[in-house]
Each structure stands twice: as C-alpha cells, then as structure tokens.
Design a protein around this ligand. Structure first.
Ligand SMILES: CSC[C@@H](O)[C@@H](O)C(=O)COP(=O)(O)O
Ligand SMILES: [Zn+2]
Length: 213
C-alpha cells in the first residue's frame, strides 16, 4: 500500500469512527469510558492487516484530536503517536483474523449485560422468529439464532484465544458475560446495523423473559 493511499484511508477511517462514536455516544452506549470501535484499513490477509481503533480509556462522548490510532494484526501501533490502543484490541485482532470483516463495534449496555447473565448457563442467547434477525441477512421464515456468550476474564489474551472457536456462522457478534457485545460487519454501515439489531433483540429477549415470569 502506498503511503499516500494509506494516509487517505486512515483519515477516512478516523472520520467514520468519529461519526459512529458520536451517534452511539448520544444513545449512551459508551457509559463511563466503556466501549471501543475499529475499522480495517487497506489490504487484508489473516496474517497481515491494519486497522484504526479507539484509544484506550477515553470519554467516548467527547471528540479530541487523539481519539484513534492505527494498529497492526498483533494490535501494535503502526505509528509513533504515543497513543495507547484499546485495552481490548486483541479481541478485535482475533475477530478480523477469523472473519475478514471490515469493522467491529463494541458497546456496554444494561440490556446486553442482563441477557448475558440470564443465558450464561446456556452459553448463548436464543432469538426466535423476530423480524430484525433479517438485519443479519438471515432471511429464513421464523429464523432461530443463538448469539454466543464468552466468559469475561480480566486477562484479555485469555478471552482473545476463545474468539475464533466461539464465532457462529451467520451471527455477526459475540457477547462477553456481564460485559458487552462485539458486533461486526463488512464495513462500518453493516457493523452499525448489526449492532443496532443486536441491541434491539437483547431488549426484546429480556422483556419477553420477564413477561414469562
Ligand atoms: C471502563 S469499563 C470498560 C473497559 O474495561 C473496557 O471493557 C472497554 O470497553 C473500554 O476499554 P478501552 O481500553 O477504553 O477500549
Ligand atoms: Zn468492553
């Protein structure tokens, strides 16, 4: 990749990340500095790729000149900006490697935390016949999906090594128990759409479970 192309792509990725961050922050999907966002930049091979990601520990409802940086497939910064990538960068690395997707968005919400605990013993969240499953490009009549839940270890590499084995065909997301959802897509538009679909489904599933009680 030429350096000019990379600069343009980097700026485009940072601009897109800023727009998504602003929209999701307005929904209060980044409470207390939580959450992280990334968009892949340039060519992709599972053993070599680059992505733009949010810097760690930032108030994601505020825009500053140092909100994003580029990292490689190992999660190491590619430029000497001094910025620290998200503490959860390795999870993004593993999702890119396993799926070849173009963008990954992670948020903590009350509903995603509630359903992750409600269905922890099952290790997945079942969703049955809800129209919004079509947002994932699953068009089956009365489609049934299971959204996988992984344990939330403090040691991020320990979570990262479980990612590939947990990914389910057609379901573009992984939940971490009592932590939050990672949603991805071929690009930022699809990752945002998938994230919104997950959050709708989590609230639906939670409320339905409560109605059954
Ligand atoms: C402050 S609680 C959230 C963090 O522990 C983490 O889960 C998170 O999502 C944000 O971490 P970050 O390093 O800013 O990307
Ligand atoms: Zn998190």
């Amino acid at each position: 990749m030429s350096s000019t192309l990379r600069l343009e792509e980097k700026q485009q990725a940072f601009t897109e990340l800023r727009e998504i961050k602003t929209i999701l922050a307005a929904r209060n999907w980044f409470p207390a500095t939580s959450g992280n966002l990334s968009i892949r930049v340039g060519d992709f091979a599972p053993e070599q790729f680059t992505f733009a990601i949010t810097a760690s520990g930032k108030d994601k409802s505020v825009n500053t000149p140092s909100d994003f940086l580029l990292v490689n497939e190992k999660g190491q910064p590619t430029d000497a900006t001094g910025l620290k990538p998200s503490a959860e960068t390795l999870i993004h690395c593993e999702i890119y490697k396993a799926t070849g997707c173009g963008a990954i968005f992670h948020v903590h919400t009350v509903f995603n935390n509630l359903v992750s605990e409600l269905f922890w013993e099952r290790k997945s969240i079942p969703v049955d016949g809800v129209e919004l499953i079509k947002a994932f490009n699953i068009w089956d009549e009365e489609a049934q999906i299971e959204i996988p839940i992984l344990p939330n270890y403090a040691d991020i590499p320990r979570i990262a090594e479980l990612v590939e084995g947990a990914i389910v065909p057609r379901v573009p997301g992984i939940m971490l128990r009592k932590h939050g959802i990672y949603a991805w897509g071929a690009n930022a538009f699809e990752a945002k759409r998938n994230l919104e679909a997950f959050e709708f489904l989590f609230e639906y599933v939670y409320r339905l479970e409560m109605l059954k009680k």
